[in-house]
Design a protein around this ligand. Structure first.
Ligand SMILES: [Zn+2]
Length: 254
């Protein structure tokens, strides 16, 4: 669609301004990634750095495409116009990809394997605890999966997913601890943290080998703390985790 004319290529790399823009962009990309690794503190505050890193990483490629093909796209070659167009495209695609398309794809993937609950124990539990936490009750889904797992979506449609395997494995009080933990994620909007981490890993080759355990652990600890606070004891959360760990340990042994 966008023609990259080879005759323009040499012209492009001989232009110090264009080369400069590309170098600055790559530098910003690497710097923001280094900041991300070294900067201590809450992961939510670092989310803008993830997007800056991705933006600055993708930008040079688009800039090159547009700058060399600008005569093809526009009747005359205008750097300002090309620049503005690229910035707009990059910003729009980043926003669309990260905030709309990917969450929907994730959501749809799990909804197709789940049944939405409109009554029953888990539904009532989520309704009561949402009221207690002062949040709107999310949709509650029973995931058709024999493995014990639970997670929450706080973007797109607020919902929590509890697998059938988990519902079978845990006692009522333990399930309550899990439900509160997931509601805490919705209240703290931490699926955005998980999601941004995912996007970073998916889009940036530099981040492939990075781990964000500390940041995710921080979110997990916050959600756990709320479950303990609401239940007034760590007992059920602890036994729920032990049962889940046991399950996966036994599975590995098989
Ligand atoms: Zn969690």
């Amino acid at each position: 669609m966008i023609e990259v004319c080879t005759s323009c290529m040499a012209h492009f790399f001989l232009d110090p301004v264009k080369v400069g823009i590309i170098l600055v962009s790559f530098t910003v990309s690497i710097a923001s990634l280094l900041f991300l690794i070294w900067k201590k503190g809450s992961f939510e505050k670092k989310i803008p750095l993830i997007y800056l890193h991705l933006f600055a990483l993708i930008f040079p490629f688009l800039f090159y495409m547009f700058a060399t093909g600008c005569e093809f796209l526009f009747r005359s070659c205008s750097t300002t116009r090309s620049l503005l167009t690229i910035i707009m495209i990059v910003v729009l695609t980043t926003i669309i990809a990260t905030s709309i398309i990917a969450p929907i794809l994730f959501f749809v993937k799990y909804v197709r394997k789940s049944n939405r609950l409109s009554r029953g124990l888990l539904h009532e539990m989520a309704a009561r605890k949402s009221l207690l936490l002062g949040i709107k009750k999310p949709h509650v889904y029973l995931l058709n999966d024999a493995e014990p797992t639970a997670f929450a979506f706080s973007k797109f449609k607020k919902s929590i997913f509890i697998s059938a395997g988990l519902a079978d494995l845990l006692s009522k009080k333990e399930l309550e601890a899990v439900v509160i933990h997931e509601l805490a994620h919705i209240r703290n909007d931490s699926s955005m943290v998980k999601f941004s981490t995912f996007m970073l890993k998916a889009l940036s080759p530099f981040a492939t080998f990075m781990t964000f355990h500390d940041e995710l652990n921080h979110e997990e600890r916050k959600a756990d703390a709320l479950a303990v606070k609401v239940q007034g004891t760590r007992r059920y959360l602890k036994s729920a985790k032990m049962k889940i760990e046991d399950f996966y340990r036994k599975k590995e042994e098989l």
